[in-house]
Design a binder for this molecule. Structure first.
Ligand code: URA
Length: 872
């Protein structure tokens, strides 16, 4: 038991606290660290165990992390005023209890008095660490929303502080260098930024922006705004609010326009409950003024891929070349691995305090909410673009990313906009035929699977529980209800269900169980029966098969293996059916996915809703069930697709990057990469009967383990799946891999160099200038780094070629349009008569030589012309 003593001279600061009413009264009080003069104050929650023992705030684990960030941003702890909302330690460090809130109330008078004293010592800026401290200053909202914003707090006596909420060190400790739900490690990065901001404000002071917003304009206001913007050559920040996201049905409610961090005009189109804001004759003038603005002034957006297509669909003439900046893309260029939403960007570079909740958390539709609140929200979305842009452009310069922006990212904007707007033609009848064929195929497989093992008709092949019971003998928890069957009435639904389950229990159990085998577990801790789980089991069954002598056991295993091969096919067909037979075209019959430039850390485009990047690659076998999918995507009558694909892009870049002599020789002398790899791994020649299988294995190994730096176990499983007839054990695989590595010392040296660098710097830059910070766990970043160097270089080549092609097509007056960019393949649609000219341009631009490590390089492409995507 620690004695309740007071420490230091700071306790008097809380003399006004109502300790008599506090549930924690009698505990040791942990006072503030309070230098005689201080500019910045840090406010935590309550002391923890170490703090209570030592009588010093932030002296335990949280304190150590706090000390780290303090030194990281160039602050000096002895110069900081450090305190907590309450001075006594809550039981189990839990302040979220009723006692905890009573303690906060009891300590509040003392806390307020301490703030007065801090002001007198010179404190004007406060970092509120975590939700409890943030709330103590009357700031509402979730910490991840309000963090990084600057709020004014006024004491009873009228003293004013700038208060910046940020994460508590304990929250950072929980996710330091870990990717949180969104796949980022933002918290640690943002935390440091908040400390930097607090330091700067404590040293230089803070002047918030005014909001000179016109929310109810007249026609004259709009025309005057436009004239002034044009005559002053203003960069105009634009943002639209719409009634939804649908390309066909979304209507624009308001267009926000800002010409400075403070000056903005709202141009409503619809107002309360969907009424038009303008009379028809007014609208003629207003829309003409807007079109003039869009055609004359340079513009900045946050995600122009949303606003610009909607504006153009609604008749506004927004030329792509007038889009000078997109803050989302600038931020992605600066910091590919963190979040790029506008609130986060503003918390880093701007001043408007978090403003998103009034719109985001509304309880009505956009047209039924308070229109003034909605328009103010929209204009904040605009003015912040002017607040953040100059500082972000500064960072582009400082980080030497300007050229990447200029030569790769910015020129990609029109390409992606065009692709978004154009969409891709689609044949619903081909998809319907495919769906019918697959459904029949699936039904036939189901019958075979049930018949082969005499399984009851209530056995559900799609139920993981049933599969676990059949393969591993693990009883589903539902079996515990079986005794209830005796109590149920025949003819009822529950009776039918339980009798079905009983059949599964009696007739669906395991036919063979592998001795001493523990299946791998899924994330939820259940034995895995997904693709990987089944594969691992097949590998083990095969291993057993090669060691046992009993013909009965051998035949049981063979039978099970055959069944599992069929089950894998059944699962694959099911997946094809659920993934590739649900496309919904827009009213004009075209599919318009979202192409996302900021969707990957490498700079490769991502594609969503639907994701066309994952369209199965046509196999050499035209009867493969996946092969028809690409042919759903068709050119319009009279048009064709021109497709161009880099040949072996990643392998070639790997050769240039590592300067591995064998890999370089492959491409310089036209040798066969996979033949060489097969020899290197397995030390066999083409006349060996195992050659064909070994070559398949070598191919998987090279693409998975070398190009992508995949882990040994994963690659081994993939190799096994591709060439099961090789019967490769893990040890065989490792030997083959080591053999390859011995033949490629330059690759190994490169790999080691990259991994060492990323571990040391947590940062890498590609040959094309793209910079990435690596915020993940140390265990992951080595592989990520190897991947990044190759993937991102590939992205740069594809992106830069796309931008050049786009410019050339315009120069030469051709009407071809980009419709797809899938990995290393570009697909354009054009009239048949243009096809050969377009193909020549695409080939020339994609094959244009470039310098890599100072040496001129060129990567060949394969070009085709055809009526649908399956044919190119
Ligand atoms: N957590 C806090 O909030 N304050 C401390 O002093 C220590 C841990």
């Amino acid at each position: 038991m620690i004695e309740a003593t007071t420490t230091g001279s700071s306790i008097h600061l809380r003399a006004q606290s109502n300790c008599a009413l506090c549930p924690f009264t009698g505990k040791r009080k942990v006072g503030a660290e309070h230098p005689a003069t201080a500019k910045l104050m840090l406010v935590g929650e309550a002391p923890g165990e170490t703090e209570e023992q030592l009588g010093k705030p932030f002296s335990g684990a949280s304190g150590r992390l706090l000390n780290w960030v303090i030194s990281q941003v160039g602050l000096f702890r002895p110069a900081l005023w450090i305190t907590n909302v309450i001075y006594c330690r809550p039981p189990q460090n839990d302040i979220s209890t009723i006692d905890g809130s009573d303690a906060i109330d009891a300590c509040a008078p003392g806390f307020r008095a301490e703030l007065e004293a801090a002001y007198d010592a010179g404190v004007r800026t406060i970092l509120a660490l975590g939700a409890v401290a943030t709330k103590a200053f009357g700031i509402t909202g979730a910490i991840h929303d309000v963090r990084g914003s600057v709020y004014t707090y006024t004491t009873y006596s009228g003293k004013k502080f700038n208060v910046i909420p940020t994460y508590h060190p304990a929250a950072i400790m929980r996710q330091h260098w870990k990717r949180s739900g969104g796949g980022t490690a933002d918290a640690a990065v943002l935390w440091q930024a908040d400390f930097r901001k607090a330091k700067a404000i404590s040293e230089d002071g803070y002047a918030p922006y005014e909001e000179r917003f016109n929310l109810q304009p007249t026609v004259a206001d709009v025309t005057a705004f436009v004239e002034k913007a044009i005559s002053s050559n203003a960069l105009v920040a634009v943002d639209t609010e719409t009634t939804g996201l649908s390309y066909d049905y979304a209507r624009i409610v308001v267009i926000g326009l800002a010409v400075s961090p403070e000056d903005a005009l709202s141009v409503p189109i619809l107002t309360d409950h969907g009424r038009p804001y303008w009379k028809p004759e007014e609208w003629i003038t207003v829309s003409a003024a807007l079109n003039k603005l869009f055609q004359t002034c340079d513009q900045v957006y946050q995600n122009c891929f949303f606003d610009v297509p909607i504006l153009r669909k609604n008749g506004f003439e927004v030329p792509f070349e007038k889009i000078l900046y997109d803050t989302l893309l600038v931020h992605h260029t600066l910091s590919p691995e963190t979040k790029h939403d506008l609130a986060t960007i503003t918390s880093l570079y701007g001043k408007t305090p978090f403003w998103k909740s009034e719109f985001r958390d509304r309880e009505t539709t956009i047209l039924d909410m308070d229109q003034m609140v909605m328009r103010r929200y929209n204009l904040r979305d605009c003015v912040v673009l002017h607040q953040v842009l100059p500082a972000m452009l500064d960072d582009l310069r400082t980080l030497k990313l300007e050229e990447l922006w200029r030569t790769e990212v910015h020129p990609l904007i029109p390409v992606v906009l065009e692709m978004t707007e154009t969409g891709v033609g689609f044949s619903p009848s081909r998809m319907a035929t495919y769906r019918n064929t697959l459904t029949a195929h699936l039904a036939a497989l189901k019958t075979e699977l049930l018949t082969d093992m005499s399984l009851p008709d209530t056995f559900n092949l799609d139920s993981d529980d049933h599969i676990r019971w059949f393969l591993y003998g693990i009883e589903p928890t539902s079996f515990k209800h079986l005794p209830e069957l005796a109590t149920k009435k025949p003819g009822t639904k529950i009776y039918a269900e339980l009798s079905g389950l009983k059949k599964v229990h009696d007739e669906g159990g395991p036919r063979y169980i592998l001795p001493s085998w523990t299946p791998p577990k899924t994330d939820t801790g259940k034995p895995a029966v997904d693709k990987e789980g089944l594969l691992a089991y097949r590998i083990q069954l095969n291993n057993r098969l090669s060691t046992i002598k009993s013909p009965e056991e051998q035949s049981a295993i063979r039978r099970l293996l055959d069944w599992m091969t069929k089950l894998t096919e059944y699962n694959r067909i099911g997946k094809l059916l659920s993934t590739y037979t649900k496309y919904k075209p827009d009213l004009d019959g075209r599919i318009r996915p979202r192409w996302i430039i900021h969707g990957t850390v490498s700079g490769r485009l991502a594609c969503r809703d639907p994701n066309l990047m994952n369209l199965p690659k046509p196999k050499d076998d035209p009867t493969d069930p996946a092969s028809p999918v690409r042919s759903f995507f068709v050119a319009a009558p009279g048009n064709v697709f021109v497709s161009c694909d880099y040949i072996n892009l990643e392998a070639q870049l790997l050769a240039f990057e590592t300067e591995d002599p064998i890999l370089c020789a492959v491409f310089e002398q036209g040798l066969n990469l996979h033949d060489l790899n097969t020899r290197s791994m397995f030390k066999i020649e083409p006349d060996n009967p195992r050659w064909k299988s070994a070559r398949k294995a070598a191919k998987v190994f090279f693409f998975g383990g070398i190009s992508y730096g995949g882990g040994d176990q994963t690659i081994y499983q993939k190799v096994y799946l591709e060439a099961p007839e090789l019967n490769l054990t893990f040890a065989d695989f490792k030997r083959a891999k080591d053999s390859w590595m011995r033949d490629h010392p330059a690759y190994v040296a490169w790999k080691n160099r990259i991994i060492t660098t990323v571990m040391r710097d947590r940062e890498l830059r590609t040959e094309f200038g793209r910079l990435r910070q690596f915020l993940g766990n140390a265990a992951d970043i080595g592989k990520e780094a190897l991947d990044f160097m190759i993937q991102s270089a590939g992205a740069s080549l594809v992106n830069r070629a796309s931008a050049r092609i786009y410019a050339r097509l315009r120069q030469e007056g051709l009407s071809a349009k980009f419709v797809l960019q899938i990995h290393d393949q570009l697909v354009l649609e054009c009239p048949e008569s243009e096809a050969e000219s377009v193909k020549a341009i695409v080939v020339e631009e994609m094959e244009r030589p470039f310098l890599y490590h100072g040496k001129p390089r060129r990567i060949p492409v394969e070009a085709t012309i055809g009526p649908d995507f399956g044919a190119v």
